[in-house]
Every structure is written in C-alpha cells, then in structure tokens.
Design a protein around this ligand. Structure first.
Ligand code: AGP
Length: 592
C-alpha cells in the first residue's frame, strides 16, 4: 500500500513533487510526508491526514534538487505523525520511504542498538541500514540480504547529496528519465507526462541515482543492462468536471464505459484468441479475485456455467493462496480479476498458479499493472481510470467482459449464436435509467440506521453481496448480505423496527416468490422492505421499490447494481462522509 514519489534533478518547488504525490492518494491517505536534502542537511515535513494537509504546510518558496515523498496507508502502527514516512535513522544517515511490509521487522528490531520511536517496520529498516551499511550502493544491496518481505523503497543518504538509493521486491516501482530530471514513483500515473525513458524495477533489483545517471543492479551487485519500457496508456488528467465526487462521476460513466468496452473488443478482436483449440480441453474454470472483483467472479461463473456448461469455482484470492487443490493442469483454466492489477493477494495467487504450470487469463483495468505484465492472456476492461475507493464502473465493466467472454466461448463450442454485443448495448442504454428521485427518498429513510440487510437468491444473492459491500464501504453502516432462505436461520434476531431489508427480485417466479415469503417474518417485526425488481407488478404501487428493465435474467446484475451504487453514494453524502476516500480504506491493496 502507500504511494511513493522521488525526485532528483533541476531545482523545483517541493509543492510540485507533492502535486505528483497527490495522484497516488488512492493508495492511502492516513498521513503524508516529504524529505529533501541540501548541503548534507535533511529537512522533513510530515502531516497526519490527507496530502492537502501537507501541501498547506509547505511554503511555495521551498525548492529542492533531491527529495522523497510518501502517502501512507497505515499497516504497522497507528496513523500518527511519528509513524508517518519518511523515516530517518537516529544520525540521519538514511531517510527512507517504503511501500510494503518488512516481515522480519521484529528480528531486525531485536538487533538494533538504537530503537526507533516509531512503531513502523520502515523506521526499523532505516535504523538497520544505519547500523549495518555504509554509504555506497554495494553495501546497501548487501544489507538487503537480511530483509524479508515486500518492498518498494527509496532512500536519501545524508552523505550523498542529489542521490537516491532504490530497492524493490513485490511492490511496484517505476523510474522515468528526461534531460536533467529523474522521477521515481510507485505508479506511472504520477510520473511526468513527458520523458525520454521509462524503466520498471523488477523484483530483487536495485538502483542508484546520482545527479542525472541511473545505475541498475541485481541482488548480487552485478550491473543490470536495463531496457526501458513503453506503456501504451495515456495518463490524461482525471478531473471531476461538473461532479462533486469521483464516485458519482464514475457511476454516471457506466453507460459509456460499457459501450467503449464492446467497441474496443470488436475493433481489436480481443476474443479471437479464445478459439476452439484454446478452450477444448478445459473441464474446470477457476475465477479468483478480492472484494468487488471476487463478486464479479461469482457472477462470471454463473455466465460461464449457464452459457457454456463448464464447471466453475470462484475463490477469494487470500484464501486460495493457502489451499492445495487437486487439479489437473491441462484441464483447469484460471481467470484472475483485478481492477487495479496490483492487489497483492490476487497477484500472489496468480504467481502460485503460474509456477504450477496452469494456463490463466487476467481480467484487469490497468494494462501496465503487475498482473497484466505477468499474463500472456489478458481480457482488458475499458472502464477508464477509477479513482473513488468504491469500485463502481469497473465492476460493471468486469461483468460486461465476463458476459462477452462466456457468450463468445458458447458461440465457439455450441455452434449457436449469442449476440452479446446487442444484449450489452441494450443494457448500456438502460443502466442509468433507474428512478433517482425514489432512491433519494429511500436514502433519507435509511441513512441513520445502524444496520442494513441485503437479500436475494442465486445470482440476486451475489448482487446483494456487492450492494452490501458498497453501502458498508462508503456509509459505515453495518450492512450484511444473506441468501434470502437463510434469514430465518439466525440473522432474524438482529431485525428491529425500521431495519432496512433490501431485496433483489429478478430471478424466476418461484425464486422471487420464495424470497418474498422469506422476508415476511422480518417485515412482521418492523423491517423496512425495499425491492429491486424487474417485475413491474411489484414496483408500480410501491414507493420503496426500484424497477430495472431487464429481459435477460443473466444480465440483471448489471442493471440492479447501478441503483445500489447510487444509493450507497447518496447515503454517504447524507452522513457527511467523503465517498471517494472512506476511512481506513485504500483503492489498491498491495499488501497481503
Ligand atoms: C471495492 O469497492 C473495494 N474497494 C475492494 O473490494 C476492491 O474491489 C478489492 O480490493 C479488489 O481490488 P482490485 O479489483 O483492484 O484487485
């Protein structure tokens, strides 16, 4: 987690570096800090809270030729000033910013002569360097032989002005070079738009930047002749435009995102490689992701099973890592789903699967991400940058992609034709046509409730899970989701007068009737029923119902999640929460 921006070059304002750091706020916003060096003097400024707090404490006339900056998502130690990065060692020989986790921090701490005041693993590492290596890069690399964990690290050394020392393992780090300026960042999105060369640091690589030169090393101190890379992505500015928050902007972009997605796949013939020879031997498909991406996998598994008939299982990445499933390498295909392409658990699961020789496809929104770079087969989502922590348009694009993939495989194997482009263009047209006025009123009626329950059967239950996650994330309401039949087996005990009961009713008649029956015991105990349905008869005279116009039951999830994202947004606003950056969370979870 966390974001890093480092700079070495011509004299610039400190504020300019922090402006770049702001683009990484999606990686965490518990505290931020910057250290610069001039004439062997270290100056550090840190603030708890968002980067704007730091910016407002930095005078415009402060300039630097070498600095490291950091925005933090607290893992070890609370979000305090002492725990904010950068961390200097006791004699200030080393000042470092770090993303990741030093796993053997306790072992390192026990060996330290001077114990740092900060609770962070990073402060321990900084002190460890001071006590165990001198100022040259060779000694720095050797010290890392004793460091276990994941890290993207950028350091300033007090005795070397205008120099940066860099180490990387299992956490992304990029370096851009232009005449007279070198930038380092944990995501290329925060690098300058114009540069001559761009380098991606690989695991167990080190770099030493001095003035305008970069030297790369492996962990045996051999010089690496590193090739620069191209990223075919334009990092255009993502602005709010007329919107007050990214979350609502991103919900409003869902129609165009689906349309772009369909067009992109058509123009680039993305699905062509998944032909008969590719798919013919697979008897199992495993879909893996975390959070919202896991929910997309659950829906995607329904698409594949219903349209193709191949058995699917869906796994939460952090759980899958520790499973030892008995699977035939030739008969099992994996699909990894990740908006950011950087989620550590998903990446780790992918590495395990890859090392065992399985074939896999990655479905991601970021084509230069670690997951994309480790994948031969990619199903891109064309959602565009998603800034709000709560995933909305990316989820919709994940479902769109999985529907296209499943339909395409159906067309390849079955010989009958599903016109998925037509199906999805209709969905795109309808996705934003839900009744916002009704949802505004519903939001007002539920925002003060401490709990909320989301219910459904089969595919509706999956939407209930995702809708519940969305509300929880941005409103802090203790929301939960249940298969409707399970309600009476325990959760009913928590239902009180006014508890919102949000019911998804888009499946078969029998499923809907069973779901509605199951909720009667709750309604009898005062629960406030809200129905999301594609049946006009349930919605026409009901102020607490939201109609979705879905003829294809498999595609109902795309249409029923959109109003729930909107509801979560509205509740968040009513509670005075910033939905783009809810407490304790970060957009990209790059630690296991
Ligand atoms: C979604 O609203 C969440 N912020 C979270 O569950 C997210 O989907 C999860 O962390 C996975 O992220 P990824 O898609 O970038 O891998």
């Amino acid at each position: 987690m966390c974001g890093i921006v480092g700079y070495c070059g011509k004299k610039i304002q400190l504020k300019k570096i922090i402006d770049k750091l702001k683009k990484l706020e999606y990686r965490g916003y518990d505290s931020a800090g910057i250290t610069s060096i001039k004439n062997n003097t270290i100056t550090t400024i840190k603030q708890v809270g968002k980067i704007d707090n730091l910016l407002s404490n930095i005078p415009g006339n402060l300039h630097t030729t070498c600095a490291i900056s950091h925005t933090r998502w607290a893992t070890h130690g609370k979000a305090t000033h002492t725990n904010a990065h950068p961390h200097s060692s006791s004699k200030e020989q080393w000042t470092i910013v770090h993303n990741g986790i030093i796993e053997n921090y306790q072992e390192l701490y026990d060996k330290l002569k001077t114990k740092p005041a900060s609770d962070t693993d990073t402060a321990i590492l900084s002190q460890y360097l001071e006590e165990n290596c001198n100022d040259n890069i060779e000694s720095f690399i050797t010290a890392f032989k004793n460091i276990k964990g994941s890290y993207a690290i950028v350091c300033i050394n007090k005795n070397n002005n205008d120099s940066l020392y860099i180490a990387k393992k299992n956490s992304p780090l990029y370096i851009s070079q232009a005449y007279g300026e070198i930038w380092v960042a944990s995501d290329p999105i925060s690098l300058p738009l114009e540069y001559d060369y761009l380098y991606e640091m690989l695991d167990n690589e080190f770099a030493y930047i001095s003035d305008s030169n970069i030297s790369f090393y492996d962990n045996n101190i051999n010089i690496v002749d590193k090739k620069h890379i191209n990223i075919n992505e334009s990092f255009e500015e993502t602005n709010l435009n007329k919107y007050p928050h990214f979350m609502i902007k991103e919900i409003e972009e869902e129609q165009s995102a689906i349309e772009k997605q369909i067009q992109f796949y058509k123009d680039k013939c993305i699905l062509k490689e998944y032909n008969y020879d590719f798919i013919k031997n697979y008897e199992n498909i495993k879909l893996i992701g975390c959070g919202t991406a896991y929910h997309a996998g659950l829906v995607g598994a329904r698409f594949i099973e219903k349209l193709v008939g191949i058995k699917c299982t869906v796994e939460i990445a952090s759980e899958y890592i520790y499973k030892e499933p008995i699977l035939d390498t030739n008969k099992t295909l994996f699909i990894f789903i990740s908006q950011s392409g950087e989620t550590a658990d998903t990446l780790r699961a992918l590495e395990i699967v890859k090392s065992k020789g399985f074939n896999y496809i990655s479905l991601t929104n970021v084509l230069y991400s670690s997951i994309a770079r480790k994948s031969k087969h990619i199903l891109p989502t064309i959602a565009g940058p998603e800034i709000a922590v709560a995933s909305t348009k990316a989820f919709v694009c994940q479902l769109t992609t999985l529907y296209m993939f499943a339909s395409h495989i159906h067309n390849v194997l079955e010989g009958t034709f599903i016109d998925y482009e037509k199906d999805l263009r209709e969905v795109a047209k309808k996705i934003l046509s839900f009744n916002k006025e009704k949802l505004d009123i519903i939001a007002k009626s539920i925002y003060q409730s401490p709990t909320a329950i989301f219910l459904g059967k089969d595919i509706d239950y999956i939407v209930a899970m995702e809708a519940s996650l969305k509300l929880k994330e941005v409103s802090y309401i203790n929301s939960t989701s249940y298969p409707s039949g399970e309600l009476k087996h325990g959760f009913l005990a928590l239902v009180e007068d006014g508890t919102p009961l949000i019911i998804f009713a888009t499946g078969s008649d029998i499923q809907i009737s069973k779901t509605l029956n199951a909720t009667q015991e709750s309604i009898a105990r005062g629960a406030k029923e809200i129905i999301i349905t594609n049946r006009y008869e349930y919605s026409k005279h009901n102020d607490n119902s939201i109609y979705i116009d879905s003829l294809n039951p498999l595609l109902a999830p795309i249409l029923s999640i959109a109003p729930m994202q909107y509801l979560a947004y509205k509740v968040s606003i009513l509670k005075g929460i910033n939905p783009d950056q809810p407490r304790n969370l970060a957009k990209s979870v790059t630690v296991e």
